[in-house]
Design a protein around this ligand. Structure first.
Ligand SMILES: *Cc1c(COP(=O)(O)O)cnc(C)c1O
Length: 415
């Protein structure tokens, strides 16, 4: 039985379904960097999304931690439509009210001190490019990043990213980056000196399989970067904007970095990124003419982000995310076959006893649940912040049943 109670549709069998035809056209028109997508999706509502053959899915990935308000939220869509019908784009030779209000809101929710400033851009990788350029303005060129880090695909952010398969085809990238193991204070102490420009971290390493940095490690990172005059740059592209139950994941630790980068959830599905520079010193590192963007901070993206932030506030979603995250950790953590559930709020990594995450994700989508396997033994959930507990529980029950059946199957093979 699938999520919507229907029988499985005939994906790929006849090869003439609307979805199959769409995917063939995709393969003949789009560059193959993502491989062939899993489905053609047509519309959504809240945490539900439908494919071209009319099948419904419960979306537990949220466009990879993007669709904070779910699909087609009326307030969000209305804010974008109203802004589009008022003033859509002006260039950064001009200021707009949504852009100014968004910057003010980001300073407010981040608790940044007087003198802090915001740079608005269009994506996570661009936010990290700006942070990378800030680090060069320290006059130092050594940058520390963490093993298993992911910071984006443009060449500066890629230079910070750990995975060799992503970087090596594009060598030489910007020099000066060294990777040290996450949560290893001794390694950080050994690597840190007065030549280090910046330490880039993700409070929870999302692409690596939802690996949280410990409070002790983050404290040491703050202390050592301060002592050596290096910037502490928190890439909160995935963890930011309520995803973990606080506006920023760093706030749960009471640790203020020098720079935070944001994107994914910020626009609720509209492409936008941001850099928050904490305090006057960080805020003035990039001066007039040293950085720029055509689209960054445009009124449409700013209106989408403001609508997202307003809805998170008005609907009490930070508390909801915290409570639902705890519920999921407990219920999923108790399923036989699950070793642990990592992460915070609605950024969760389900570590399985065996390396079957890809086959679990494949079975899930057939049964009407969209999840993601970032590593062989881990399933990632990053659903809309508006996901309800009854919706979430349908997946918990599905996973319990699926893992039990998989275990029985394996035992049958062995006997
Ligand atoms: C997704 C992600 C990025 C890259 O963001 P894009 O918008 O895809 O460029 C950077 N850092 C982290 C932690 C991410 O999760």
């Amino acid at each position: 039985m699938t999520h919507d109670g229907s029988e499985l549709s005939a994906h790929g069998e006849a090869g003439t379904s609307a979805g199959a035809v769409g995917l063939r056209r995709y393969d003949h028109s789009l560059m193959g960097v993502f491989g062939t997508p899993q489905r053609v999706l047509t519309h959504g509502q809240g945490s539900d999304v439908w494919d071209a053959d009319g099948k419904r899915y419960l979306d537990l990935l949220g466009g990879i931690a993007v669709n904070a308000l779910g699909h087609a939220d009326p307030e969000w869509a209305g804010a974008i439509a109203t802004q589009a019908a008022t003033l859509g784009h002006v260039s950064n030779f001009f200021a707009t009210e949504p852009q100014i209000r968004l910057a003010e809101r980001l300073l407010e929710i981040s608790g940044a001190p007087t003198g802090s400033r915001v740079f608005l851009c269009n994506s996570g990788t661009e936010a990290n490019e700006a942070a990378f350029k800030m680090s060069r303005r320290t006059g130092r060129t050594r940058i520390l990043a963490l093993v298993d880090s992911f910071h984006g695909r443009s060449t500066g952010a890629l230079a910070l990213t750990y995975k060799a398969a992503y970087r090596e085809p594009f060598a030489p990238l910007a020099p000066g980056v060294e990777w040290i193991p996450a949560n290893d204070v001794a390694a950080l102490e050994a690597a840190m000196d007065d030549d280090v420009a910046a330490l880039f971290i993700e409070p929870i390493q999302g692409e690596a399989g939802v690996i949280p940095l410990t409070h002790a490690y983050l404290e040491a990172a703050r202390e050592l970067t301060l002592r050596h005059g290096a910037l502490l740059i928190a890439d909160e592209v995935q963890t930011g904007i309520g995803r973990t139950g606080t506006w920023l994941a760093m706030q749960a630790h009471g640790i203020q970095p020098d720079v935070v980068t944001l994107a994914k959830g910020l626009g609720g599905g509209f492409p936008i990124g941001a850099v928050i520079a904490y305090g006057q010193q960080a805020a003035t590192m990039l001066t007039k003419g040293q950085h720029g963007t055509t689209f960054g901070g445009n009124p449409l993206g700013s209106a989408a982000a403001l609508a997202t932030l307003d809805a998170i506030d008005a609907r009490g979603l930070l508390a909801h995310v915290k409570a639902l995250g705890e519920h999921l950790k407990q219920t999923i953590g108790a399923i036989p076959g699950v070793l642990e559930v990592r992460g915070e709020g609605l950024l969760l990594g389900i570590k399985l006893e065996s390396e079957i995450s890809a086959s679990v994700a494949a079975a899930a989508i057939e049964d009407g649940f969209i999840i993601n396997p970032p590593s062989p033994d881990t399933i990632r959930l990053a659903p809309a912040l508006v996901l309800t507990q009854p919706e979430a529980d349908t997946f918990v029950e599905w996973l319990r049943g699926h893992l039990a059946a998989a275990a029985a199957h394996t035992q049958g093979d062995q006997s």
